[in-house]
Design a binder for this molecule. Sequence first.
Ligand code: HEC
Length: 292
Amino acid sequence: MKTRTPVIVNILIILTILFIMYYMFVQNNSFFTSPYFWGTVAISIILAMIHNAIGDLIENHKFKALNEEEKAAYLLEKKKPFLKALWDSAFKKQTAKEEKDMLIDHGFDGIMELDNQLPKWWLGLFYFGVIYCIIYVVSYSFTNFADPIKEYDEEYKTQLAAIDEYMKTAPQATLENAVYSSDMVTEGEEIFKTNCVSCHMDGGKGGIGPNLTDNAWINQPESTLFKSVFHVVYNGSPNNPTMVAFGQNGQLTGNDIQKVASYIYHINQEQQPITPAQGGAAPQGTEANWEK
Ligand code: HEC
């Protein structure tokens, strides 16, 4: 008569499997607070106890049928702590008689083959592997578990958030270190469309604010076009408060101003001016002679 696995061990195994299963299907720890999780845990424990109680009944019944000697041997075996019994059984060597019983009628060169029982630790790993495999395949097929596309999306989102976070604290461009970059023109155009187009009109052709595509400038605070634009957008116009100080009042960051100034540099230096004949505003200010 074999000794049985204690019910607490069965419960621990069931809980481990349940945990893995819930984790794979839900993919975060939120199931810990879910009534479904605790419900399944409770039902599993109750089932394990019922299974154990039935086992007890069968065991008692079989025990009665044993003779005194067998009874004593069984009681001795049962006293062994579970882990020790497991350990012993893993390294158990069979006696010569037992070996003879499981000898297979099949050998070669005098080497005979035994029909040995598989070690318990091996069987345990094997069953665990099979169960894990089934749970994995099902959750992989029917949930987002281990879905590379979803994982990629999430990773991408955290990366974007990290960039945003960095940008908030990153040092901003200043009048001293800002430089024109053709890479910023597209982003600069977006900033222009949101903040400036109401006064400077499409493509900077001029309206309430002057034409930004020609070579006539009212404000020429710096010696180069790019720095001059950065200066005016950051500090506003000293003559006309309609052109507000976007940098000083915090409406735009230094980096944003660097971008929008790059866009204005681009439409002024790398494109043809929009003349009054083409719908642009008439030149205001004086001809500029920018340093390159
Ligand atoms: C509310 C209207 C208004 C808005 C919005 C506005 N501007 Fe202006 N802007 C003006 C006016 C008016 C002037 C002329 C200032 C002066 O007479 O000194 C001007 C002047 C300028 C100048 C200098 C032009 C020159 O000839 O001296 C630049 C460069 C400029 N704006 C860029 C921008 C940018 C970039 C934005 C958006 C971030 C913007 N402006 C938003 C009204 C505006």
